[in-house]
Design a binder for this molecule. Sequence first.
Ligand code: BES
Ligand code: ZN
Length: 877
Amino acid sequence: MRTETPQPIRLSDYRPPAFLIDKVELTFDLQPNTTRVKARLDIRRNEGMAGEPLKLNGERLKLISVAVDGRKLGEGERSVGPEFLTVAEVPDAFALETEVEIDPENNKALEGLYMSGGRFCTQCEAEGFRKITYWPDRPDVLSRFTVRIEADAKFQHLLSNGNLIERGELPGGRHFAVWNDPFPKPCYLFALVAGELDVLEDKLVTMSGRTVDLRIYVDTGMAPRAAYAMDALKRSMKWDEETFGREYDLDLFMIVAVRDFNFGAMENKGLNIFNSSLLLANPETATDMDYERIESVVAHEYFHNWTGDRITCRDWFQLCLKEGLTVFRDQSFSADMRGHAVQRIKDVKALRARQFAEDQGPLAHPVRPSSYLKIDNFYTATIYEKGAEVIRMLKTLIGAEAFRAGMDLYFERWDGHATTVEEFIKCFAEVSNHDLTAFFTWYEQAGTPRVRLASRYDPAKRTLDLELAQQTPPTPGQPTKTAATIPVRVGLLDQDGRTQAFERDGEAVDETVIVLDAAKAKVRLEGVDRPPVISALRGFSAPVVLESDAEPKDRYILLAGDPDLFNRWEAGQELARELILSRAKGRPDDVGEERFAEAMGRALADQAADPAFKALLLSLPSEPDLALALQPADPAAIHEAREALRLRLAVHLAEDLRRLHSGLQESGEFSADAAAAGRRALRNAALELLAANPRAETAELADGHYRGAGNMTDAMGGLNALMLIGGPEYELALEDFYTRWKSEPLVVDKWFALQARDPDESALGRVMGLTAHPAFDAKNPNRLRALVATFANFNPVRFHDPSGAGYRFLADQILAVDRYNPMTAARLVDVLGAWRRYIPELGQLMKAELERIAKADPLSKNVFELVTRSLGEDGAG
Ligand code: BES
Ligand code: ZN
């Protein structure tokens, strides 16, 4: 809690650890309120660190005893503060034994050892291990862990990392288990789970012929709902063997699902811990989106076994070394599983919604930041999503083969170590003979580059001159920017929408990558026989904002037939964005809107196109996305303009949409596969669009859809449409839904989230009222996020109520939650941080709430850091 102004930690201050710990033995005597943790650490002084005192992190620990080489230290030989245990004089090699007491039951921060649903579980990344025992809590201290767990026999399963080496009974109705993890690991990868659980078991034979036992532990009775996660796990394991040559290394891999969890999931060595929302699924309770998320998160955490666990980060500034890379790996996996174009579109949508917004606000930071107060605040879209984009660009620049060779070298060179982004990039420079010095700008410079593209076609010479220019707006602490290395993938169509080949440097091609690595570049394409339509930044080859001189007619040609599906989708988005923004600015383009509706009708009729792709085509840019393009942002104007275009589409396409809706109705057995999910997505998207026209027959259709739903995807699709239409059918369905699902926490979360997204005027009052609902529990992060974060992030028109009541509501929630769970409270701050982008009447009210939070005492470091950065100097400063 805040007592004085906290001091930032800086990358430039990095020093190697003074002491290393080769081996540790931990003994847990588990009791909900009084858990005893004994630790025996084999410590040796690191080279060149003579004279350094032993300084161990430890927070909220009750110290019972501490001994060096078997001798108990007296009060005068050690000092204990709220954050450290220090022993001034220690030998160069010694055994340290400590005993502490902790209170898992009352740990509502959900960091360290805590209880969820009557079970013990842990979350140590980034700095939670210090709440379990005294330890140098930093990722570059790698140790071999042996863990003994003792507990009452009612805590049936006693789990930790690695291999089970012993278990047995103890007197007094207690039992024990001993686990050994042969792989040295940093403490943030430690995990322990104890309790009653059901288990789903399976096996996998690895590429070298070893059999690995796979176990997923879940709430009693839920094992069948882990089947999809198990299947995703096996596919992930095979994929990493085939794609990166990476084999699993222990004989056992376990996943445990818990209900109370601050994040999505955690990659603890051999014992991943998951938020149950990202693990449990059956068709009745989970949507296709849930299935898709489960598949990608299971893969992500599994892939960390190599990119994170076997090779970890030297310090937390290197977080993207494991997270950006692992997101890149899980995105590649999902693309292979579900289709490259659709996956790419979804990833870019997420990147724009979250990372581009972050990059434009006061919390903008580089993929590798250079200072922080609380590392928990840097698990951001920039580290994750932009971090993944950087890896993707690296692969584009050096080619797939060199990329794989670089990864191989990285695994070989750094296995078993903690390393840095520099060392990672060095591997690729070495294998490819590319100078990647300039590329490193992507890691050190915040902000989204704007790329301008201008073109001139000379029909006589058959040349196309392209002029590219880049510029990155200032971000906090980085007023001036240097040019980044930007790969721009380009192809050409002709006026009839056919691909046209061209020549680059004398070679005939259909597509080329232009590398823009200076402020400006000119490129001449030759052999361009017919007037071209340029398809630029194909596949979104770099995380930039592209501003081109393309005209609407070019975009219609791309929308109709660009073989690059990403750009086909992008053309539709651009057209929609322009139409919505000009309407929001008071200049509606009725003719343009009709033309757009017609083009969408043709795109929907395309029999060759994948339904999942068409569903994406149909969904207009989101309101937060549009708010980024309209400065200053006026959420009410954006909402109205977007609804107007939706209504136009709903009216113009009514027949097509209804035909789609009835034609895609499926009977027979449910399949979770991508093709079936794509058809459901398109059918639900058609219904959602129809709901923009709230006529009685639409309400009837939505009601029928809801009542006839055979799975949760369709039930939510129907309920969503009813919500958009409003009225008695909606209220009845809402009640019906709750009555039916009230004993299923993950479904009740959906019920809260749906109401939080309601754009109707009544929503703010309804959301505030729901905090008093018996099923609302702010101590459960899933429930809190379902209501509060969904409202603040996905209901802009109601959150930005002109009275400021939405902001006040959010600030109250942040302050209340910060009392016991700072990490989760801090994750609610960023929406308010965007205050400078909004019209002043709103921006000032947002700012006032940030100021109110900043004044609160006590206030966690987590929230303090984000509110002060949000209020701090302008990005342009
Ligand atoms: N290592 C993280 C978990 C984590 C997140 C620890 C934040 C500490 C703070 C894990 O690998 C992760 O990235 N989880 C994501 C989901 C993932 C699929 C992107 C999460 O929890 O949101
Ligand atoms: Zn991760």
